[in-house]
Design a protein around this ligand. Structure first.
Ligand SMILES: C[S@@+](CC[C@H](N)C(=O)[O-])C[C@H]1O[C@@H](n2cnc3c(N)ncnc32)[C@H](O)[C@@H]1O
Length: 274
């Protein structure tokens, strides 16, 4: 799989933001919960070939490798070498023989058509620069009858959703918050890419509040997140106004120094027709 040259601010952000999160990413319980739901819903059975696009530190790829067993095969691809370094560190420890990681852009993978039984994408579909095109590409990579599984931000979407709502009031659209926030939008995305809808569910992935200080720090920590590209490019005065409204807003709803951070996700499963 080739390592393509950076082509946009978004892709550059994906690399720099996630490169520095590789060693701490697995600490957040919510990521493990998402992976468990996708792996269970994707019906991974022994002997299957699985592609995990935007694999990150490989949480879902390792889960898949356990489920498909020695007769199966799992490939995890990601643009972030920092995230993949962590995936490879874990692979060196666990030494699974049916799992490989590679650097690659999920939107243009140089892989044979119809070569995978399952294609999974955890917490990353909304980061793709052209979501319908990415889904069509992934449809090509699946065998007839193969299953795709992904999750998308729903509502409420925690403090990320708060930022997106305030940004929208200032005329800045943060696409992750509304591009696939309903089961209906997820169904349409699947169908327009040629998949039959198997199931779309909405679940509360996180109900734990976040400390006010961390919620404020979230702003600085996420400014280089690829999903915040439009915010990063906003005029500084607009960005400052959004930040002030965000900090005031979360401080106003905090109780005992804790900010509500209920985060719901849609889980979508589709099948490539046989
Ligand atoms: C929130 S993390 C999810 C990681 C992993 N799927 C998980 O759930 O643990 C998003 C990942 O998407 C990757 N990513 C973003 N855009 C990508 C692209 N075009 N191709 C491949 N990976 C991409 C980032 O580098 C990052 O590792």
């Amino acid at each position: 799989m080739s390592d393509p040259p950076a082509r946009s601010g978004r892709e550059h952000s994906a690399r720099s933001h996630f490169d520095r999160r590789g060693t701490t990413y697995d600490q957040a319980e919510v990521h493990h919960r998402i992976v468990a739901i996708l792996a269970a819903g994707a019906d991974m059975r022994p002997g299957l070939r699985v592609l995990d696009v935007a694999t990150g530190t490989g949480l879902l790829a390792f889960e898949a490798a356990g489920r498909v067993g020695p007769a199966g095969r799992v490939v995890g691809v990601d643009v972030s070498e920092g995230m993949l370094a962590e995936a490879n560190r874990k692979a060196a420890e666990a030494a699974p023989r049916n799992l490989d990681f590679a650097v690659g852009d999920a939107e243009r993978l140089d892989l044979s058509p119809a070569s995978f039984d399952r294609l999974v994408c955890a917490s990353a579909l909304v980061l793709m620069s052209d979501i319908p095109r990415a889904l069509r590409h992934w449809h090509d990579l699946l065998k007839p009858g193969g299953i795709i599984a992904f999750d998308t931000p729903a509502r409420p979407f925690g403090i990320s959703g708060t930022v997106a709502e305030i940004a929208s009031r200032h005329g800045i659209r943060l696409r992750y918050a509304d591009v696939a926030d309903t089961p209906g939008k997820c169904r349409s995305l699947l169908e327009e890419a040629g998949f039959q809808v198997v199931a779309v569910t909405t679940e509360l992935a996180n109900a734990a509040p976040i400390e006010l200080e961390k919620a404020i720090g979230f702003w600085d920590d996420h400014m280089d997140h690829p999903a915040w590209q439009a915010l990063k490019e906003a005029p500084p005065a607009t960005r400052d106004a959004i930040r002030s409204a965000y900090v005031d807003g979360i401080a106003a709803v905090a109780t005992g120094g804790q900010v509500p951070n209920d985060t719901a996700l849609n889980f979508a499963f589709g099948r490539k027709p046989s």
